[in-house]
Ligand binder design. Sequence first.
Ligand code: NDP
Ligand code: MG
Length: 380
Amino acid sequence: MKKIAILGATGSIGTQTLEIVRRQKDIQVTALAAGSNISLLEDQIREFQPVLAAVWEEEKAKELRIRTADLNVKILSGMEGLLAAATEPGAEILVTAIVGMLGIRPTIAAIQNGKVIALANKETLVTAGHIIMPLAKERNVPILPVDSEHSAIFQSLQGERGNAIHKIILTASGGPFRGKTIGELQSIRPEDALKHPNWAMGRKITIDSSTLVNKGLEVIEAKWLFDVEPDQIQVTVHPQSVIHSAVEFEDGAVIAQLGTPDMHLPIQYALYYPKRRSLKGKRLDLFDLKSLTFERPDTKTFRGLVLAFEAIKRGGNVPTIFNAANEKAVAMFLAGKIGYLTIPEIIEECMEQTRFRAHPDVEEILETEAEVYELIESRW
Ligand code: NDP
Ligand code: MG
């Protein structure tokens, strides 16, 4: 039996992870953590019987304790709960499927406790990659990517025995507004942006995909995971989402991973790496594909990507500023407080106005986040 813990169990990646557990029947879940959806979490506790579960608010934790009084499960709350779930002694693998830089401390704690990280929570690597990657190396802990593009890159690197990456081709669907002009984006409402053409995902990442901020976060994520410079990463819009990303080697060979857009594959690959297991679902049929097309991203209309490249080039806490400003701006957009085009405006403004720190530790990363939030609250 493989033993895993999941942060963000009730979300898009979390529920798909549990779907794999359900199908494969040889994984034991030892800990589950969620934000506030205690009804789903209760169902999951009953089905998978973890020894520990965590929810963010203590009020909700109290209610869940009452609901699960007949079960042998410990219920915790807050950061203490997340840290306990991330370091639950029985688990070998931690699936980080929580959303946002809230994942930093639990991910670090899990690595310190020797857990293999199946990483979906990209915001953590974007903001603390300079801490997480050396720590994982020191502790000899693998960080296995769950993000589909990074899983594709990781799969393309298998068997290469250290052959250097010349270039990464990071594919992007282009999101629901590909081809639109700035004028047309002016009136975008949350419900328009929540419709992604190829992938069904959580709300925050769906908005990020529409602004190309998600691709920007993925560029930074790729830099940390594969130790490449930003100018070795070429973002290519590929609306069919069939080529999930590719690696070009020194001799010009390009190795890619292709498939239907289904997150079960990268999740399962991370859980069983290096083994491949059977996976049901729609298969790629080349005869069904009318064509595969490629375009340069429209970086004038969608500023998210350019700002991310700038953030990683400036380094220090600038990727944190980029990410924190986006997290806050997206939450405000979803709450109907700001317009769609204000999202990149806020990110850019915060990148200019927030104090620079060259080598931020976790404390300073969190201080930067607080400063960004203060700035946004005072201005928008
Ligand atoms: P969802 O919004 O669907 O799920 C987020 C999860 O985090 C939920 O379980 C939620 O709990 C939990 N959560 C939120 N706030 C807290 C909190 N304060 N404490 C504890 N748990 C909390 O997100 P996704 O699954 O879409 O994304 C998760 C991560 O994976 C993100 O970093 C995203 O970028 C990345 N990713 C996602 C992909 C996808 O296809 N969805 C693809 C590639 C990467 P609750 O339900 O109770 O609110
Ligand atoms: Mg992705």
